[in-house]
Design a protein around this ligand. Structure first.
Ligand SMILES: NC(=O)C1=CN([C@@H]2O[C@H](COP(=O)(O)OP(=O)(O)OC[C@H]3O[C@@H](n4cnc5c(N)ncnc54)[C@H](OP(=O)(O)O)[C@@H]3O)[C@@H](O)[C@H]2O)C=CC1
Ligand SMILES: Cc1cn([C@H]2C[C@H](O)[C@@H](COP(=O)(O)OP(=O)(O)O[C@H]3O[C@@H](C)C(=O)[C@@H](O)[C@H]3O)O2)c(=O)[nH]c1=O
Length: 291
């Protein structure tokens, strides 16, 4: 049996769908039913659950976006930095293997070589550098808390997208924002990542940190060109002149724009298609939200 914490969230639902498709037994836990943020509750609940693996897809992301974390700092810290430590403590006590959904938004730039940050690189968009959003700072802290954790995967997802329109989907966001920030990013096809998380467990991939972005990177303008080519929108997309203008007009806190190297995941046999291919696949099957 596999336990999915935060299984009713955006990422958690994609993971549960994967588990269901594979016929694996699982339970999606919500704090409403079992307050897993309390170590004693989590410990007792896991003891009686028969869990063989745990996936932590709980965290605090802010709505509609990470700007909201600037106004909910205690919750952001609790969900993204304290909670992973609680889960680590309990899982290590029970010797239970587990995986944690982290974020690649703890980096900025393309890395020293320009080919993207690897798992060896220290996060450079964090409280330690004092250059980050509160959300990214908390995610980087969460990874520090998990440093050296036993039987633990840390999966770095980034700017998820997929074929189903919705407020959390990057493609939908680009369709809906009035004005866009042009930046180069590595991004994650959500269903492929959810499948890769489950593959880690099913195929006994070595524990550790994995950049779970589709290989390569794209600029916002690349994605907009693809959106137009697939006929999702005919509008003239507008772009901010600079990061400064984006921050003045549309955002309360800086965003991480970065390229990640997902070579470690690929070498481990995880199936992540090149980013252009994954985008084409999602755009070909686009399911627009009903008006
Ligand atoms: N969406 C994105 O763009 C990305 C998300 N991630 C990471 O994936 C994880 C899930 O994100 P996503 O599914 O989008 O978020 P959602 O808000 O959709 O779901 C997260 C779930 O986590 C639980 N949760 C929320 N706040 C707290 C808290 N303070 N303490 C404990 N649990 C909390 C809630 O579940 P309940 O109350 O039911 O228990 C909530 O439904 C997060 O850790 C996020 O950082 C990483 C990269 C990109
Ligand atoms: C607000 C805004 C954002 N953008 C850009 C910035 C960025 O490249 C992209 C998404 O920005 P948003 O502010 O919507 O999303 P944001 O909350 O920054 O998204 C992040 O959420 C957390 C949970 C993560 O872990 C990240 O990986 C990432 O997905 O859209 C615009 O182009 N125009 C806008 O008006």
């Amino acid at each position: 049996m596999i336990v999915v914490l935060g299984g009713r969230g955006y990422v958690g639902q994609a993971i549960c769908q994967q588990l269901q498709q594979r016929g694996l037994t699982f339970q999606a836990w919500s704090r409403r039913d079992c307050d897993y943020s309390r170590p004693e509750v989590l410990l007792e609940s896991l003891r009686h659950s028969g869990a063989r693996f745990l996936i932590n897809s709980a965290g605090f992301t802010g709505r509609p976006n990470v700007d909201a974390c600037e106004l909910a700092k205690a919750e952001c810290l609790a969900g993204n930095a304290v909670l992973p430590g609680t889960i680590r403590e309990v899982c290590e006590h029970l010797q239970l293997p587990w995986g944690h959904v982290s974020s690649g938004c703890i980096y900025t730039g393309s890395g020293g070589s320009g080919a993207g940050f690897t798992e060896q690189d220290t996060p450079n968009f964090s409280f330690r550098q004092n250059n980050c959003s509160f959300y990214s700072g908390c995610k980087a802290l969460g990874e520090e808390v998990l440093d050296g954790a036993e039987r633990c995967y840390v999966w770095r997802l980034r700017i998820p997208f997929g074929h189903v329109d919705g407020p959390r989907n990057y493609i939908s966001k680009l369709l809906r924002y009035d004005c866009l920030l042009d930046a180069r990013n590595s991004i994650s096809q959500l269903d492929e990542c959810a499948a890769a998380f489950v593959d880690c467990w099913q195929r006994s991939v070595p524990y550790g940190v994995y950049n779970m972005t589709n290989p390569g990177s794209v600029t916002t303008r690349d994605v907009v060109a693809m959106i137009r080519r697939h006929g999702l929108s005919r509008k003239e997309f507008r772009f901010f002149d600079s990061d400064e203008q984006f921050l003045q007009i549309a955002a309360k806190t800086p965003r991480s724009n970065c390229v990640l190297d997902s070579g470690k995941a690929i070498v481990a046999g995880l199936q992540l298609r090149p980013v252009q291919e994954a985008l084409e696949w999602s755009l070909c099957r686009w399911r627009a939200e009903e008006a």
